[in-house]
Design a protein around this ligand. Structure first.
Ligand SMILES: [Mg+2]
Length: 162
């Protein structure tokens, strides 16, 4: 069965500079991220990106600029032998927006559109927030399903080791 990997963008694929990426020139890949995506893609995973981009509704950049940023990102990922099957983003800063992480809207949209079960899905992010909780007060059952790695390269190493 095909499995899905959902990647956060900022802090996983590109450096999170603590501010918004407002143009392609500010998008800087984390070392090893392109290779890690290529290895996962070539291993047969579907790969999606789900990213909060509230900078759009805050007026820092437009939907068109984000499209240009993602076009450059995709170009470089494809040049490295990988691909991203779908990119979703939430432009809203409203914490009640169903698509704004940690709300599950983007994740359920991806599971539905790929017709994949949550059990066949890996989510990779750089924050341990889950709802209003972090890992420390997660249910034990859920905690067992979380793995901490240094970066996307070590996460890929873990997933590909089988
Ligand atoms: Mg992040």
């Amino acid at each position: 069965m095909q499995k899905l990997i959902i990647l956060d963008r900022d802090g996983v694929i590109n450096r999170d500079l603590g501010t918004y990426v407002t143009c392609p020139e500010e998008f800087e890949f984390i070392e090893g991220a392109i290779t890690a995506i290529a290895r996962l893609k070539q291993a047969g995973y579907l790969i999606a990106v789900a990213t909060n981009q509230a900078g759009i509704e805050r007026g820092y950049y437009s939907h068109e600029m984000l499209a240009a940023i993602h076009s450059k990102m995709l170009h470089d990922i494809r040049a490295g032998g990988g691909d991203i099957d779908r990119i979703l983003y939430c432009p809203s800063y409203d914490d009640n927006h169903p698509w704004r992480k940690p709300n599950a809207g983007m994740l359920t949209e991806l599971l539905n559109s790929f017709n994949i079960d949550a059990h066949e899905t890996v989510f990779i992010g750089d924050s341990d927030r889950h709802g209003n909780n972090n890992i420390d007060n997660m249910a034990e059952k859920l905690k067992k399903q979380v793995l901490f790695t240094d970066n996307l390269t070590t996460a890929a190493n873990y997933l590909l080791k089988g």
